[in-house]
Every structure is written in C-alpha cells, then in structure tokens.
Design a protein around this ligand. Structure first.
Ligand SMILES: [Zn+2]
Length: 391
C-alpha cells in the first residue's frame, strides 16, 4: 500500500517542492506569495484557514485545517513547517532558487530545511480528504523561524485565543525522519556599552566602555561555572548543563583614546527555562546595582543596553509523549533522540500541545551551499504522513 501512495503522490511532491524553492523567502523578506500558494491548494480541498501577520503585514503565517467539522473533542494533528530559508551565498553551483533534480536528490535553498516537508504535506493533502479522517489535520506554516522564531509566537498566540490546543504537533525539521523529543533553548544577546571618550593619559576623566564590558564578561564566565553545578540529574543533553559563550567583543578606536563604545555578543543554551531566567537576573543585577551607577557617577549619560537577538525556548522531553507515540505507532521506530539545533517545538509544547520533531532530510545539508534533500527521505516522509490518515 505504501508503494502505491508513493506512485500517486511523489511526482506531485517534486513539482510542489520545485515551486516552493522558487519563492525567495529568505528570512525577513515578504513571504505572502508562498503562503497564498499553500492556502489556495488547501482551500481547494475544503480547508478552513486563517492568517496572522507581522506588524507591516509583510510576513505572514498560515494555519489551515482539513476536516475541521470533526469537532473539538477529537485531537487534531498539526503539521508544522517554517517557510523562510537562510540566505544563499554566491558559491552555489546552480541557481539556489531554481530546483535542480539530479541523482535522486532535489537541490535548492530550503530543499531540506524545510520546504521538503511542506511539499510532502501539500502533496498528500488531497488523500487526506478522500478517506474519512478521524480527526482534524492542521497545516501550520510560519515565517522567520531562522531568525529566532519570530513568526511562530504570533501564530501560537492565535491558537490559544481560538482554543486550538487539543492537538498533537509534528515539526518537520530535518531529522532523517528520526524521532526527536528534546533540544536545548538558544538565547542570543548583544550587550551595548556606552561611556565617555577622553585622552588615554587621564583614564579617570572618561568612562571606558571596554573596561566595563570586560567586567561584564567576567561575570558571565563566573556564571558559566555556576551553571555546571546546576546540571539537572536527569538531563538528556550533551553537555548536560546550560552552556554560555562569548561570541565576539568589539570596541575602542586607539590605544591612547578612552573607548566610549563597546559591544559584547554572547549566547546561552539553557537546559531549563529557569537557568535562562537565572543568568538574566544576575546580569541585570550586576548592571543596575554595580556597573551602571559607577559609570553614571562620572558621566550621567552612560548606558548599558542588552539587546535580545532571539530567545528560542527549549523543547523538553516528556515522560509519556503522545506525539512521539503517534510517530512510533506509524513508523515502528521506537527510538528517541535529542538534537543540538533549536526549533519551534518548545513554543507548541509551552501551550500544552504534545510535540515531536521529525522530518525528511539531514541537518548536515541545512544552511549549506548546494543544499539538497534525497528522494528516499521525501518518500519516507510521505509514507509517514499517509499513516496519519488512519491514526
Ligand atoms: Zn529549519
């Protein structure tokens, strides 16, 4: 039966994937045409849908439901994918936004991360309507996941408002169709220091932003060790504790000039939400009670501003996960793994939706030059999606 579905659906999957790759939906860019393309396809099958937007209505999320009539008591299945892709460099051997089919692979930006999954869901959708579905099937397509999940929180707030929480969610990020049930969070920050410039021979007359930044970094390094001692006993991650890292520091213009500006790029990969809160609280305390008052004493306009680049919350292993069990029941794969990249999974989980990350393609190919997904992975995904129908 599964080979039958491949025969029926696979050519269409390749066509849809090629269409999706042709939409240049780099994060931050307008993705309306891609979303309309998906919405039209699903509406033609009788889906009910709604959109949510960013402030400028330039970027849009789509949430569409097949078999909405089955009522709220039936647990729906959300098939979730992000529509944005990372930028493509000039070193591609072909046009990254024109799909190339070669050696049983589809090449193109987003082929693997994660338009391949979206193409599979759209190609199988007509088969969801032919048979009697037991439950609603939702399609959740978001914008700007690659830039710290900007789209998903807007969509998820709307799900909460509409009371669409009685559901199971499959996030189709590339996992080689393996069952992923946890990942750490990923919080990224840039802290900006502004002091007062002056002659290097009179350090007391200026406020040296670089020197204050060093004290800030020193505290971060101290907290890094504290976090190791806070390792949860049952941690499933490697390393098992929350990590902290300084990715960059820049400031100052010359040896003999007091630096008036400095910025520090740093990141945190929390294993628990409370670790993230702990670090932020400690750093804010240092700034407000110690560093900033000292800077302002000399120069009242001094400032320290922490810019939040993104805070992707972690995805926690559930003792008994309905979402994982659903995938296992269909595929027969009972393994559970963790990954080191962030996804939208934690956001769905946070509002009580049992969630799993499982999708076609390998993360090895994501974000790379000449990104691809294999036919074999797409077919595996189609067989899995076909199984949902009877679940
Ligand atoms: Zn992705």
């Amino acid at each position: 039966m599964s080979t039958e579905i491949i025969k029926q659906v696979f050519p269409e999957t390749l066509k849809i994937l090629s269409d999706l790759i042709a939409f240049k939906t780099v994060s931050g860019e307008n993705n309306n045409s891609l979303i309309n393309y998906c919405d039209d396809k699903l509406k033609a099958l009788g889906a009910e849908s709604f959109k949510t937007f960013d402030k400028e209505k330039k970027r849009v999320n789509l949430f569409a439901t097949l078999n909405a009539k089955s009522g709220n008591d039936q647990k729906g299945i959300i098939l979730s994918g992000h529509t944005d892709v990372v930028p493509a460099s000039k070193s591609w051997s072909t046009d990254p936004f024109k799909a190339k089919l070669k050696d049983e692979k589809v090449f193109g930006r987003g082929a693997c991360d994660m338009k391949g999954f979206i193409a599979c869901t759209l190609a199988i959708a007509p088969h969801f309507t032919k048979k009697d579905l037991k439950r609603p099937i939702h399609f959740s397509f978001t914008f700007d996941e690659e830039t710290a999940c900007q789209g998903a929180p807007i969509l998820i707030a709307e799900l909460k408002k509409r009371n669409i929480q009685n559901a199971i969610c499959v996030v189709g990020e590339p996992t080689n169709m393996k069952i992923i049930d946890a990942h750490k969070g990923c919080y990224e920050y840039t802290t900006h220091f502004e002091g007062l410039a002056g002659h290097g021979s009179a350090p007391d007359k200026g406020v040296n932003a670089v020197e204050y930044a060093v004290r800030y970094i020193d505290k971060l390094m101290e907290l890094r060790n504290v976090l190791k001692n806070m390792t949860p006993k049952d941690s499933v991650f490697n390393p098992p504790y929350t990590t902290l890292q300084i990715g960059g520091i820049s400031g100052g213009i010359a040896r003999n000039v007091i630096a008036d500006k400095c910025k520090v790029d740093w990141e945190l990969r929390p294993v628990t939400k409370s670790d993230g809160e702990f670090v932020n609280k400690e750093m804010d305390k240092l700034v407000n009670e110690n560093l900033l008052p000292q800077m302002k004493k000399i120069y009242p306009n001094s400032s320290i501003k922490k810019e939040i680049i993104g805070e992707i919350i972690g995805f926690n292993r559930e003792k008994k996960s309905e979402a994982c069990e659903l995938v296992s029941a269909i595929t027969g794969d009972n393994s559970r793994e963790v990954v080191s990249f962030g996804t939208e999974a934690g956001l769905f989980q946070e509002i009580g939706i049992s969630t799993v990350v499982c999708g076609p393609g390998s993360i090895e190919q994501a974000h790379k030059v000449d990104e691809f997904v294999t036919y074999e992975q797409l077919k595996k995904c189609l067989i899995f999606l076909d199984g949902i129908k009877n679940s």
